[in-house]
Design a binder for this molecule. Structure first.
Ligand code: HEM
Length: 508
């Protein structure tokens, strides 16, 4: 495999490399393009931030992503658009079966969303402004020029609060992230990857590079013979005669998730007989970590590539806790990333591997979480919203019910294999890792199965073995909006900025 230490960070939007935790203020705008020509002109000089590292780090950042309607309105031609993935083209709320698979039913159904749900409510552009404390107002003025105002209509400003380490339920968030293998040195060979690794192929989050299968994810490639504007785009690594519109771009999934903070803590308090210690334990078992981030799973003695030995907060797998007596199998972080290698522990030898790879030889019920984690990782970049409420205040009967939640954001190269798989097969599924009739205790919908079986339970075995069940969990998290976007590389943004006007250009 060709190592490429000189990664094209100057063509990558910053968010793919940095969480920008020092930029505590955010201003996320959903925009409609009202004048495509003005939008292209604005984009040609827009101060979009690249992933090039600077010292000191910048005190502001601007990131931009387009929905499929946004790309169309910018003038990107249909023969290019058709090579984006189907799920991006159809959209997050674009088809009923997708909504069902993602748990976007009942109170989560797109028809109730504040944005992104009904047709005509999907924004063209997601513009993300980041700034150091106190610098946002000036940054907004720099970005929102006269041309900007001519180009765009503000559809909605998404609520966000100043960055805190904790999400609204009060748990430290953003601890576990895949370590992107920018130097492209890790082998994707199945036989070398039995164990869990946190190092992830670039092509899992950035288009135009090899993914964990060693392949290039399909993306729009343009023939420069047919389109002279495309000559400034990078060459496609896998098809050098073609120009790569996707390279250094990524799909961005955003979901506005309302969190019922008083409802969460009041339920847990009642289920713990109002005992503060038991309350903390039950809440931690639902997440898989204590509120300060300490994982419930025991540290693994095996080295995990991409995680330092000393990183106690992340140096674990679930190998030493197969039954979930330390970290319940259904805990949010265990469902979201079961930290499995390509084969279950103890599988060695060619014959055994073949049997397991074909799905035979499952002796234990938990072996149904066979899906290897490395094909389903997410680079999370969300930000919370709403005023802080401590668990102690949240359990009071008059606790404030102001809107609180998470603008969940993740970046992936394959929406269906990564985000949709995690949400559907791991978080929402009522069957996971040997447990049945329960879903993710945080994210799950609580609707019964078609056969009438309840799914509103949470099983968490006692450390000494016996199963404890917390029954009748209400729904704590409700979807309020969302959309699939594409975050192009900087050269692809310039291609969009210089796309010739088409007949369809008009104010919308
Ligand atoms: C309001 C909704 C959510 C809340 C409150 C929440 C909360 C948390 C917390 C507290 C952690 C542990 C901290 C960490 O390891 O970074 C975590 C981890 C994680 N969450 Fe969520 N989350 C939410 C939504 C989601 C969604 C929608 C997904 C994916 C579809 C997701 C995927 C993950 C993943 C992949 C991890 C890291 C697991 C690991 O690698 O160990 N989360 N979340």
């Amino acid at each position: 495999m060709k190592p490429s230490p000189n990664f094209e960070f100057d063509d990558l939007q910053a968010l793919l490399r940095f969480g920008s935790g020092h930029l505590t203020e955010t201003h996320f705008m959903l925009l409609q393009i009202k004048d495509a020509d003005a939008a292209r002109q604005w984009l040609s000089t827009a101060p979009v931030s690249s992933a090039t590292a600077t010292r000191p780090p910048p005190d502001t950042s601007l990131q931009i992503a387009f929905s499929v309607d946004g790309l169309r309105t910018m003038g990107l031609q249909e023969h290019i658009i058709k090579d984006f993935s189907d799920e991006f083209i159809t959209g997050l709320a674009g088809d009923e079966s997708r909504s069902r698979r993602l748990g976007d039913t009942g109170a989560n159904a797109p028809e109730h969303w504040e944005w992104g749900g009904k047709s005509g409510q999907t924004p063209h552009v997601l513009l993300m402004l980041y700034a150091q404390n106190g610098k946002m107002e000036d940054w907004k003025k720099t970005v929102e020029t006269k041309l900007f105002k001519r180009a765009f209509k503000l559809f909605m400003t998404l609520p966000t609060t100043e960055l805190e380490a904790k999400e609204p339920f009060g748990f430290i968030d953003g601890i576990s992230q895949p370590k992107i293998d920018w130097a492209q040195q890790q082998s994707t060979d199945l036989h070398e990857r039995d164990n869990y690794s946190n190092r992830l192929a670039v092509g899992e989050v950035v288009l135009g590079y090899r993914n964990e299968y060693g392949h290039y994810t399909p993306r729009p490639l343009i023939d420069p013979q047919q389109d002279i504007h495309a000559t400034s785009l990078p060459d496609a690594e896998d098809e050098p005669a073609m120009k790569d519109f996707g390279r250094n771009g990524s799909y961005l999934v955003i979901r506005q998730l309302h969190q019922d903070v008083p409802g969460f803590w009041q339920f847990i308090d009642a289920a713990s007989d109002a005992d503060p210690e038991k309350r903390e334990q039950l809440a931690a078992s639902m997440v898989g970590r204590e509120r300060d981030g300490t994982p419930l799973a025991p540290a693994t003695p095996n080295h995990i590539p991409g995680i330092a030995w000393q990183n106690r907060d992340n140096h674990f797998t679930y190998e030493l806790d197969p039954g979930g007596t330390r970290c319940p199998v259904s805990a949010h972080i265990r469902r979201s990333n079961p930290r499995t290698g390509d084969y279950p522990p103890g599988v060695s030898g060619f014959f055994s591997r073949i049997i397991k790879a074909l799905g035979f030889g499952q002796n234990r019920p938990d072996e149904d979480l066979i899906a290897s984690s490395r094909f389903h990782r997410l680079l999370r970049r969300g930000r919370s919203y709403g005023p802080r409420l401590t668990p102690e205040d949240a359990i009071k009967p008059d606790a404030s019910t102001e809107p609180r939640g998470l603008q969940f954001i993740c970046l992936v190269a394959n929406i269906s294999r990564q985000f949709e798989f995690v949400q559907n097969a791991w978080n929402i599924s009522s069957k996971f890792g040997g447990v049945q009739n329960e879903r993710d205790p945080l994210l799950g919908i609580r609707a019964p199965l078609l056969n009438g079986e309840e799914t509103d339970h949470f099983n968490h075995p006692h450390p000494s073995g016996p199963m404890r069940t917390t029954a009748h969990l209400p729904q704590f998290i409700t979807v309020r909006g969302g959309s699939y976007f594409f975050m192009p590389g900087l050269r692809a943004l310039q291609y969009l900025a210089t796309t010739p006007a088409t007949d369809s250009d008009s104010s919308s």
